[in-house]
Design a protein around this ligand. Sequence first.
Ligand SMILES: Nc1ncnc2c1ncn2[C@@H]1O[C@H](COP(=O)(O)OP(=O)(O)OP(=O)(O)O)[C@@H](O)[C@H]1O
Length: 358
Amino acid sequence: MTALLTIQQLSITLQDNVVLSELDLSLNKGDILGLVGASGCGKTTLLNAIAGFNKPSQGKIVIDELLLSDDNCCVPAENRQVGMIFQDYALFPHLTVHENIAFGISKLSKAEQNQQIDQLLTILKLKEYSDSYIHQLSGGQQQRVAIARALAPKPKLLLLDEPFSNIDARLRNELMVEIRQLLKQFDMTAIFVTHNKDEVFTFADKMAVMAQGKLLQFDTPSVICQQPNSYQVADFLQLGSWLPCHLDATGAQSLLGRLALDKKCLEQHKLAYLLVKPAQLLLNTVVAGDHLANAQVDYISVTEQGYHYYLSSLDSAVTDKALSFSKLSLYSDRVLSLKQQVSVSVKPHDFLFFSKSN
Ligand SMILES: Nc1ncnc2c1ncn2[C@@H]1O[C@H](COP(=O)(O)OP(=O)(O)OP(=O)(O)O)[C@@H](O)[C@H]1O
């Protein structure tokens, strides 16, 4: 399959500040990509570069086999067939819903405009609001108008900057599912920026994790969740807690006991961090001589999955400071109290170790 969007070695420097650095990315037609990363890592700058609002210092952007930007050319934004939806939707308050959608297709005849707008209003369930002004609509309806306005000129790619951040948390999930179905109906390729990884899992087919202008990992959300490629990715996405371990030739030593490793886990790091998901921890009954206490409860909250505890290593158990841990996340139906000493072990599983420096 030919890629709809190809980005190669894209770098952008703004006022002597390297904001994007040698970024490669490729999307097939109909793919929805969720772009995540800490504030200031360059997500909006990447969208702006694709839309044609800023000029790369290096690299190539190709959409549907058309070269939009390289060292020698930079196609202006209005000729790129890229639609953009901003966080605040940027709708015109003095125009009706119909007029807002018509804005980008004014070159078409009135009859063609009306036919296209009618079709969009029907699909987006906005028909009865055609003559309403923007302030008369709910947040979700305004968002649908913004989508209709962006889709009207039939873009090849749709860019959405934090599209769900202004939507009430209760409605957000419902709206995400609805808009995803809509984009799929149009076979629309889209990139959306978010600060919320759960939005990526609901809305996207692919996920890109960025840090400091670089792409750390690009894959499906489930692969990234199961196989993060670095400490930074797992830590940013909060995929589990960290248990420091000393790796040696036969296993890993932690304050929660010794872990037997199979051969492929063996690496030569002296100190490594095991990514532990709550379901991989076992809360044992403390019995002197058998399961000795090795952690204490620092924090308790009530959740749908039972009590949520944060545990830290017991000072008395720490002989090697490098192995001490804090904020080990554990869910249990058992009632524990603050500062209670407990015994926790790690269930055997496909261990994922990371070094902080990679
Ligand atoms: N016009 C500009 N001139 C100089 N530096 C800029 C300019 N625009 C953005 N930057 C810098 O580029 C970096 C990336 O900014 P960008 O807005 O792309 O980040 P972001 O990941 O979208 O952040 P956020 O999640 O907070 O919206 C930031 O350090 C920002 O200060």
